[in-house]
Design a protein around this ligand. Structure first.
Ligand code: PMP
Length: 601
């Protein structure tokens, strides 16, 4: 058995390597000029803080010895929490072992069954995973798009509670969340606001108190804020993660946030360092000015807009090109890192340049010169690869697989195409059917990520097989596929649009995040008007506009004309039941239709 498990690992590693997604742990190089670490103010090497950590170790030892609720930790923890709360202007704070745990504890404690959590599309993995573990439903809104957020909030009036969660400064794009506007929407729709200040604390806002403090100074609606998290491995140069909020919130968290309750307190060296670091970060206006001046200089020199905080992404496109540029920057003396999918969306690999208070003007000017030269000669920003074409249905068993085969054959007549059915339920394999119908076309086939024998909804079939569907894993697969495959990607979903992947997430939610090109397949005959119009409404509620509607079955002229008029879809195709179902029959139909035109829409 263990042999089989080892061989699974090896297969997985080979597949990751094939997809260009292998990772390794590489230390930041101290001999290079640092344009990569999150040590924005240089506090990770600050002597005063090192001394404070040393003293804490001498006095309290190296470990907290137990969970805080069982007496672990030191009085320094409380001091650090009070210092943080005072800095941020909050009543109280609680220190978790990491920022990840702080987000996890906060969201799982607050968001209950019956609640809806609205989460920015580019939020950090810790917020995404926390949302998955939390009791309520998670709705993703388009990045920094208040119109989209408002439309979604307006549709959730029946929820027990509404919550909005956003990073203050986004970690991979470096932009600020529009917190003033978001706070007004929270007020209008009676929602509580949660802000992750990981890349904002110490860098923006009065006295570096973060993005919410900056928004308050610009007239944000103070009453809506419920909590902020402050991961401490960035500007504070240490480790751990605070949640700051009202005293009552903190009391609730310390008994209900499982990642606090069931985790050992932070090492005394950490809380000792944090007490000193908070005082220094608060008092670091001079360093912040220097950091922002360097960021402006670099942005101007490479022709980009000055970033709001310390992160300047330089979009490259392909992962290999971004890695190559990072390597060249390192060879020229600059510690610069490439960020690639799945951390960022497919086709948007980038150099993530981080400015620090300690970067000198000359260093920045030399880096700008280096980037100017190598970027121009090596890699022009590339338009991200085309979105996949996703075939969704109004129901199960209505002909999605045959329609997918038609699209695969149509695409194969123009260029390369890959077919993928992410989740297969039941013993009949749709991949095999499409493979059989397209065997001669040159199309390639990616195997399903999940295959379950029970012919049921994905969540039920998974449960029956003792498994869980992880939508994040499907997202990663799709990103990797788009990264590694140049041609068209045709994805066939399971069952009808809104079937669940798990207790909280449906296929429609998955699509809302991906925003792919959509083709809707519906039956031609009786019952189609209601199903099709409702499915179109559900798609549009998620900002998904189908490129085409395909009606499958015996001709029903009044249905197709009603749907043409009332459905508002650009193109409507009518596909008969093929008998026999063969590639010749598909080609005959394709010869008289312009299905391939959908790819150009
Ligand atoms: N939130 C954001 C926005 C982050 O960037 C990070 C760390 N990359 C975290 C939370 C997690 O913090 P930690 O590293 O302390 O677990």
């Amino acid at each position: 058995m263990t042999k089989e498990i080892q061989s699974d690992f090896e297969k997985q590693l080979a597949e990751l390597s094939r997809q260009g997604r292998s990772r390794e742990i590489v230390l930041l190089r101290d001999d290079l000029a640092d344009f990569a670490s999150n040590d924005y103010l240089g506090l990770a090497r600050n002597k005063e803080i090192i001394d404070a950590a040393r003293q804490a170790i001498s006095k309290h030892g190296t470990g907290a010895r137990a969970s805080r609720l069982l007496g672990g930790g030191a009085a320094l923890d409380r001091q650090a929490e009070e210092a943080l709360a005072d800095w941020l202007g909050a009543e109280a704070a609680l220190l978790f072992a990491t920022g990840f745990q702080a987000n996890l504890g906060l969201l799982t404690a607050l968001v209950q069954r019956g609640d809806v959590l609205f989460s920015d599309q580019l939020n950090h993995a810790s917020l995404i995973d926390a949302a998955r573990l939390a009791g309520g439903r998670c709705v993703v809104f388009a990045h920094n798009d208040c119109q989209d957020l408002e439309a979604r909030l307006a549709g959730a009036s029946a929820a027990r509670r509404r919550w909005v969660v956003s990073e203050g400064v986004f970690s991979m794009d470096g932009d600020l969340a529009p917190l003033v506007e978001i706070s007004r929407l929270c007020k209008k729709y009676d929602a509580g606001l949660l802000v992750d200040e990981a890349h904002a604390a110490g860098v923006v806002g009065p006295a570096g108190a973060g993005a919410w403090a900056a928004a308050l100074a610009e007239g944000a609606e103070a009453s809506v804020l419920v909590a902020r998290t402050v991961p401490c491995g960035k500007a504070l140069g240490a480790q751990g993660g605070f949640v700051a909020g009202s005293r009552a919130l903190i009391e609730v968290l310390l008994t209900t946030a499982r990642s606090f309750v069931f985790s050992t307190g932070v090492a005394p060296a950490i809380s000792g360092a944090l007490v000193a670091a908070i005082a220094l970060a608060r008092d670091a206006d001079g360093q912040r000015e220097a950091l922002h001046a360097r960021a402006r200089e670099l942005a101007q020199a490479v022709g980009l807009e000055a970033p709001a905080a310390a992160i300047l992404p330089i979009l490259v496109g392909e992962s290999a090109a971004a890695l190559d540029l990072a390597e060249k920057a390192q060879a020229a003396g600059f510690e610069v890192r490439a960020v690639r999918p799945p951390t960022v969306p497919a086709g948007s690999a980038r150099l993530r340049i981080v400015l620090h208070a300690f970067n000198s003007r000359t260093e920045v000017a030399r880096l700008a010169q280096h980037i100017g030269a190598s970027h121009a000669s090596q890699a022009q920003p590339k338009t991200p690869s085309r979105k996949p074409l996703v075939v969704v249905g109004t129901d199960t068993d209505i002909g999605k697989t045959v329609v997918s085969a038609l699209f695969v054959r149509a695409a194969a007549s123009i260029g390369e195409v890959c077919y993928w059915k992410p989740v297969q339920t039941g013993s009949d394999s749709d991949t095999e059917t499409v493979r059989r119908l397209c065997a001669d076309s040159g199309a390639v086939f990616k195997d399903p990520h999940y295959s379950f024998p029970l012919p049921a909804s994905p969540h039920e079939a998974a449960e029956d097989a003792g498994a869980h569907i992880l939508p994040g894993a499907l997202e990663e697969d799709l990103s990797a596929l788009q990264e590694s495959f140049e041609g068209e990607v045709v994805v066939e979903l399971a069952g009808g649009l809104c079937v669940p992947y798990d207790e909280r997430e449906t296929q429609a939610d998955f699509l809302a995040r991906q925003q792919p090109r959509i083709v809707l397949v519906a039956r031609a005959g009786l019952g189609t008007l209601n199903h099709t119009l409702l499915t179109l409404e559900a798609l549009r509620a998620r900002k998904l506009e189908p490129l085409a509607l395909v009606l499958v079955g015996d001709e029903h002229p009044s249905n197709s004309s009603t749907l043409r008029r009332m459905g508002g879809v650009r193109q409507v195709f009518e596909v008969p039941f093929f008998d026999p179902l063969s590639k010749e029959a598909l080609d005959e139909w394709l010869a008289f239709s312009n299905l391939a035109g959908v790819f150009d829409a």
